[in-house]
Write a protein that binds this ligand. Sequence first.
Ligand code: AMP
Length: 187
Amino acid sequence: MRLVLLGPPGSGKGTQATRLKEELRIPHISTGDLLRAEVAAGTELGKQAKAVMDAGNLVSDDILLGMLEARLAQADVANGFILDGYPRNVAQANALGELLGRLDQPLDAIVQLDVPTELLVERIAGRAKEQGRADDNPESVRQRLQVYNDSTAPVIDFYAAKGTLARVDGVGALDEVLARILVAIKR
Ligand code: AMP
């Protein structure tokens, strides 16, 4: 199963991906986690990405594609993956299609987690207390929601037009939302 999880910041993509990983026994690839690992390791890429991430903006498409290509070359994705945080714009959606086409590994499902904005802000504030993410401060959160609306929301239309998108209500208990996702991907 090759699955893309779409949704605004705070929609629960990361949390659901962690559960789906256990359920489906395939790796969870979070581009945010990959970037945070680069920042933590102090690599050149991490140094470039940090300020952009802290401000709530998107890191360059080239950096993301290179990172994703390297990750998809690893052996553990042979049976599929859950992609969380990519694509974030239509150019990335096209790049992903091309990359997976080249690897002869087309996507099986794309799930959009729908959560109203008021709830997103509340959830991110809760996460900020728990995890202390540098980009969970109010200004970055506002910017991330803006970037989502401007750049990422069009990705929904991109996949909807292809007829491959499933929309799932992301409001509810973790188990409920997980069950809805599993129904949407017919598992
Ligand atoms: P996330 O953990 O998915 O919320 O990502 C945290 C931050 O990493 C984002 O706000 C972006 O700055 C950066 N990032 C993650 N994925 C991408 C992507 N696909 N394209 C560009 N920037 C990304």
